[in-house]
Structure formats: C-alpha cells, structure tokens
Design a protein around this ligand. Structure first.
Ligand code: SF4
Length: 247
C-alpha cells in the first residue's frame, strides 16, 4: 500500500477482544476507510542517530547517552538491551563512548567530553548543526540573536551554549512584547527558529518583531521534514472523522 493510498480494512481472521470473544462487527456495518498521512515515521535525523548508535554499540560495547536518543520506548529498549546506557552524570565517566543526541550539545561540552578521555560519536542532526552555525554567523555579524523556541529544550540549550553572547529566547508574542518593553530587544536583530517549532507561531512572532526593530535578518532554520509532517497532519485532519496519532 502506498503511503497516500486509501486502504479498505480487510480482516482475514475475525478480531477478538481481551476476553477472546469474537468482536467482528455485524455484516451490515459500513466499511471504514483508513488513511495514512503522507509523511509518517522517523525523520532522517533520528534514523541517522539510531544508525550511529547501533554502529557504536557494535564496535565499542557500552555506550553512554544523556537523555533519550529517540522518544520511542521500543527503539530505546532495544538499544539498551545492546548496551546503551542512559545516564544523567556524564561528568564522572572517564572512558568509553558517549553518543550526542540529534538535539546536539554545546560545542564546549563536546570538547570537554573528548578532553576527559571519552570517545564521542556526534549524532547531532545536520539541520540542528545548521541552526548552531546560523546563530554563530549572526553573532559574528553583530546581530543580537533572537531564537524563537523553548529555552528549556535541549536543542536550544545546545545552540545557546555554542554562542559566546547571550541570545534572547522567546516563545510567545507576550514574551516578545515584554522584551521590547524592558529594552532587552535591540534595533539590529538576527532571528532563527527552534528546528521543530510550530511554523504558525514563528510566523506570528516574526510578523510583529519586524516592526519593532530597525534591521532584521532572518535565517530559516525550521526543519523541513517536520514542516512536511505538520502539513500532512493538517491535511488529513481536514478530511477524516477521527485522527489517531501514534507516538
Ligand atoms: S531537526 Fe528535523 S530531521 Fe533533524 S532530528 Fe530534528 S526533526 Fe529530525
């Protein structure tokens, strides 16, 4: 079945409920149409991170990670069974391998891990890496960097930790207005986005910000695979009676 195809549900074996009783609908029940969104499944950044983790486990045995490699219990459990060790205290590890998640880490943190004797497998997604570079470029060109995103998200902490100045991180129009009112927003600003942020929210904030400043440069760091998934989800939601998101 192609991903966009509309599939009729054909059941070769009558389904049963938890008590084992036949729960096949009556014959006159209308067939339901199940539609799969055009974009589903792991993005390439996560697939790449899983692949790098599997490679590291094959050649290095125990591999440490801070946080989840992927928000999927099945995949995480399978990797842990092969030797992936989740830890919140990388600081006390002096040998072995550590894998950096697709969200990335501050550049200084990666250097510190290498200097402490750990072998580092950097699975930072190339799109996140591009966002880190965009922040550095704006900073070097004299812009006040404004990141639209969640200050507590690992990706944003990684971007902020890669910079030498403190950017402004805002996540709502109210936060933008508060920054303007308290004179924390400068006249020359460079804007980038958390890669996975909702496009509509970013648009709303940017459309107000451009009239608050004199010189605005925007680098679009929104992740295209995420944008395509959001568009596909909206598209399906418009046409179906019930939408089920597995994840
Ligand atoms: S930036 Fe996009 S492609 Fe990369 S890991 Fe995040 S969601 Fe996936």
């Amino acid at each position: 079945m192609s991903r966009t195809a509309i599939a009729r549900l054909h059941l070769a074996v009558p389904p049963t409920n938890r008590e084992g009783r036949d729960c096949m609908p009556p014959l006159d029940t209308p067939l339901r149409t199940i539609e799969l969104a055009g974009q589903v499944g792991f993005c390439f950044g996560v697939k790449r991170a899983i692949h790098l983790a599997e490679e590291a486990l094959e050649s290095n045995g125990t591999v440490y990670i801070s946080g989840d490699l992927v928000h999927n219990a099945t995949v995480t459990s399978a990797l842990e069974a092969r030797g992936l060790v989740r830890t919140d205290t990388l600081n006390d590890k002096k040998e072995g391998t550590v894998i950096v998640r697709a969200h990335g880490l501050p550049a200084g943190e990666i250097r510190r891990l290498r200097d402490s004797g750990l072998q580092v497998v950097d699975a930072t997604c190339p799109i996140v890496h591009h966002a880190q570079q965009a922040a550095l470029t704006l900073e070097q060109e004299g812009y006040q960097v404004v990141i639209i995103g969640d200050a507590n998200h690992a990706e944003i902490r990684g971007i902020v930790g890669t910079m030498t100045t403190q950017p402004l991180v805002i996540d709502s129009i109210e936060e933008l207005r508060a920054a303007k009112a308290s004179h924390r927003l400068k006249r020359k600003v460079g804007v980038l986005f958390q890669t996975t942020h909702a496009l509509e929210l970013c648009k709303d904030i940017v459309s107000e910000l451009v009239f608050m400043c004199k010189d605005v440069r925007i680098i679009n760091t929104i992740c295209r695979p995420v944008q395509q998934r959001q568009d596909a989800a909206v598209d399906v939601a418009r046409r179906v009676d019930l939408m089920i998101i597995v994840g």
